[in-house]
Design a binder for this molecule. Structure first.
Ligand code: CLF
Ligand code: SF4
Length: 507
């Protein structure tokens, strides 16, 4: 497939290449906001141009979270203007802050609304891929709505072509829907972990609804019931107002894993656009209640199993990367250190022309990529696979195989079967190659991480990691020329399959 090389844009916007070349794992909106690393799972279904009304496709096609297609090419900026929270979830501790860690709720610095707007302009001037500015914590975006909406106003004035997005636990949401609509915020994420208050009561320590309840904290079933009422009411109001709603659910083994299919079905019934089931991140070092109590997160296989049980309900998001609350760049990248507050220019500017040019190039590349994916599907149609294949891909973005195995900090997991090739998740990993040397412990961990995978595709791989992967039963292929992912997978998978119409060998 021909590559469309956006030289003019890349030259003007030195960012595109740089951004794609600096992949590091990251996480997302507040721990209770967006966010979810993942494993193999059913695909994002029904979020492409063929599945959506044209007007809806226009609203999501450049949003890296709402469109799996866009996540290859478009960047988000999270401005950390919301430190406060009105809920205490057992999986969250915002005091823990590590500049090198990427997970929801983590930030290195907090901003005022004025600083946030300046930062948005600065980043937009540097990264023409920027299409969305989100408010995702480190607390709840609506716990102090004045800060959030002032930030949105300032950014909308300065950057009218950039979408606004926010993420909330939903407690204050019903009171804010009119303001959300008035501020042109078209994408809202609500974290909803349960339908049943008895389940929710095991997830939240308290909720603080404010003056309506005498500024008291509600605990147990009372707090859980109120939170769920407000979440579902807020969702209904947003849907009625025409706002696209994504719902995040934290998968907590033994607490809500059996319950999430019911949540997913309810989301579909109520018109949520997307459901993002994300694994609990639990580590005693983070100081969360779950971490300290030994509540574990799900394994990749458990996450996959839950997602498979959600078939037929609300559309699933499978490309979430559990961003930090101050993340900058393409999903899976983390440039927050490059755009730190101490480097914030006093009066940044952002010419919209490079963003327009970049978007035009991406439109062309997207058509090229879609044609490549269609060709891949057709070629898979010609063969009979004895079973679906799982493929781990090393990619820095752009929908291409363009990363050395040793540099990968996440593997994109694709499934291939008679219906074609589709992204089903990402798995985070520690990098194998550090300082020019391979780390055996990292290879062991990656081998275990990819235990259910059939094939690894990368731009290059050394002899030693190749031997390690092959000894564990994985097939490894180096793919040259910056190839598109789908056709490369189709070619690799069909090479050892049986053409349709030819009887499979039987003994
Ligand atoms: Fe940020 Fe969230 Fe908006 Fe995206 S993140 S506020 S919807 S712009 Fe995206 Fe990050 Fe996952 Fe969130 S990858 S954690 S889903
Ligand atoms: Fe943390 Fe509050 Fe979000 Fe819960 S709602 S994850 S406590 S920021």
């Amino acid at each position: 497939m021909q590559k469309i090389v956006p030289l003019d844009v890349v030259q003007r916007s030195r960012l595109a290449v740089r951004d794609r070349a600096s992949v590091a794992p990251s996480g997302g909106c507040a721990a209770g906001a967006c966010g979810g690393a993942d494993a193999a799972s059913p695909p994002d279904r029904g979020t492409g141009p063929a599945d959506l009304a044209p007007a809806v496709w226009e609203r999501v096609k450049d949003h890296p979270c709402y469109s799996p297609d866009a996540h290859h090419d478009f960047a988000r900026l999270h401005v950390a203007v919301a430190p406060a929270c009105n809920v205490q979830c057992h999986y969250c501790n915002r005091k823990y802050d590590c500049a090198n860690e990427s997970r929801p709720g983590v930030v290195s610095e907090r901003l005022t609304p004025a600083e946030a707007a300046r930062k948005a302009v600065w980043v937009a001037g540097e990264l023409p891929q920027l299409s969305v500015v989100g408010i995702a914590g480190p607390g709840d975006a609506l716990a102090d709505p004045r800060r959030t909406f002032e930030t949105c106003r300032r950014i909308a004035d300065a950057l009218p072509d950039i979408k606004l997005c926010l993420s909330t636990n939903g407690l204050a949401l019903p009171d804010c829907v009119d303001a959300i609509k008035a501020h042109g915020i078209d994408h809202v994420t609500i974290t909803i972990n349960a339908l049943d208050p008895a389940v929710a009561a095991r997830i939240y320590a308290w909720v603080a609804p404010g003056r309506s309840h005498g500024n008291r904290r509600l605990t147990g079933i009372d707090g859980a019931r109120l939170l769920l009422e407000r979440q579902w009411q807020g969702l209904d109001l947003l849907v009625a107002a025409g706002v696209l709603v994504k719902v995040n659910s934290v998968l907590i083994p033994g607490i809500n894993d059996g319950h999430l299919p019911d949540v997913n079905a309810e989301l579909k019934a109520r018109g949520a656009f997307l459901h993002n089931v994300m694994p609990l991140i639990s580590d005693p070092a983070h100081g969360t209640r779950f971490g300290l109590d030994g509540q574990r997160g799900p394994t990749p296989v458990e996450l996959q199993a839950v997602r498979e049980r959600l078939g037929g309900g609300a559309r699933l998001m499978t490309h979430c990367r559990q961003c930090r609350a101050d993340a900058v760049g393409l999903l899976g990248t983390d440039q927050h250190a490059r755009f730190s507050r101490d480097r914030l220019p006093a009066a940044p500017t952002a010419d919209p022309a490079p963003r327009r040019a970049y978007r035009a190039v991406i439109e062309r590349e997207r058509r090229d990529r879609a044609a490549a994916a269609a060709a891949a599907t057709e070629s898979l149609d010609q063969v009979r696979l004895d079973k679906p294949r799982l493929i781990a891909v090393c990619s820095k973005g752009g929908g291409r195989i363009n990363q050395h195995f040793g540099q990968a900090t996440a593997f994109a997991i694709y499934a291939a079967d008679g219906d074609g090739v589709r992204l089903v998740g990402h798995r985070q990993a520690d990098r194998y190659c550090r300082g020019g040397y391979g780390v055996d412990a990292a290879l062991t961990a990656i081998t275990a991480l990819l235990g259910d995978v059939d094939l690894v595709l990368c731009a290059r791989i050394g002899k030693r990691p190749r031997r390690g992967l092959e000894a564990a039963g994985l097939r490894v292929l180096e793919i040259a020329d910056n190839a598109y992912i789908e056709p490369a997978i189709a070619a690799a998978v069909t090479a050892d399959s049986v053409p349709s119409g030819i009887a499979a060998h039987s003994a």
